[in-house]
Design a binder for this molecule. Structure first.
Ligand code: SF4
Length: 201
């Protein structure tokens, strides 16, 4: 299931706010520069980083960076909100991984994801992670740039499950599953390191 966001529609695989990727050209007619871009793979990116208002509080958290603009112009970005892909609405209750655990613990069944309102949303977060991985593999993503702190997309720090604002080292469920499957995951504040790794810049 892949749907593309249009204004006013519920969707999870976004492309409308991004510049449309260049029209695909037959490989025989691709320029050396186009072939070089294709060979470098694509980058899965959190929708809220791309300016989509998909966070639990109905807001976006856009990231401005020249490398992001260039990757977008090159058609290398694949934008997803994992939580929306699993049917979660906007807005939605804040959620955290309980007990100071991490995304890997959720995948192995040793930890739960809970809402501030008391609901157990573990299965939704597992599905969100599966959707992100499926899209990444289908579209040839070798890397991911995800917003840190989220119980889905966090890759360095996440909240501790107490809804008190405390964070600890850990990763969200989607970030953990992507890493387990060989995708190189970077946090939003690591974009310079990502650029250095994939572009040698
Ligand atoms: S952090 Fe990830 S799951 Fe949360 S709103 Fe942004 S894209 Fe969606």
């Amino acid at each position: 299931m892949t749907r593309t966001r249009r204004s006013g529609q519920t969707a999870w695989h976004f492309s409308a706010a991004s510049a449309p990727p260049p029209a695909p050209s037959p490989i025989s007619r691709a320029s050396p520069a186009e072939r070089a871009v294709a060979a470098r793979g694509k980058i899965l990116v959190s929708a809220c980083l791309m300016g989509h208002a998909v966070r639990y509080d109905g807001k976006a958290k856009p990231l401005r960076h020249a490398s992001l603009d260039r990757w977008q112009a090159e058609g290398r970005l694949v934008t997803i909100c994992p939580e929306m892909s699993a049917g979660m609405p906007v807005p939605r209750p804040p959620a955290e991984i309980a007990g100071g655990r991490s995304g890997g613990d959720v995948l192995s069944g040793e930890a739960r994801v809970v809402e501030a309102t008391g609901g157990d949303i573990t299965e939704g977060f597992r599905q969100a992670a599966e959707n992100a991985l499926k899209l990444a593999l289908e579209t040839g993503c070798t890397h991911a740039l995800l917003i840190d702190g989220s119980p889905s997309c966090g890759s360095r720090m996440i909240y501790d499950g107490g809804f008190s604002g405390r964070k600890h080292e850990g990763e969200g469920v989607a970030a953990a599953l992507l890493r387990r499957n060989g995708i190189r995951v970077f946090a939003d504040h690591e974009i310079e390191a990502l650029a250095a790794e994939i572009d040698g810049s």
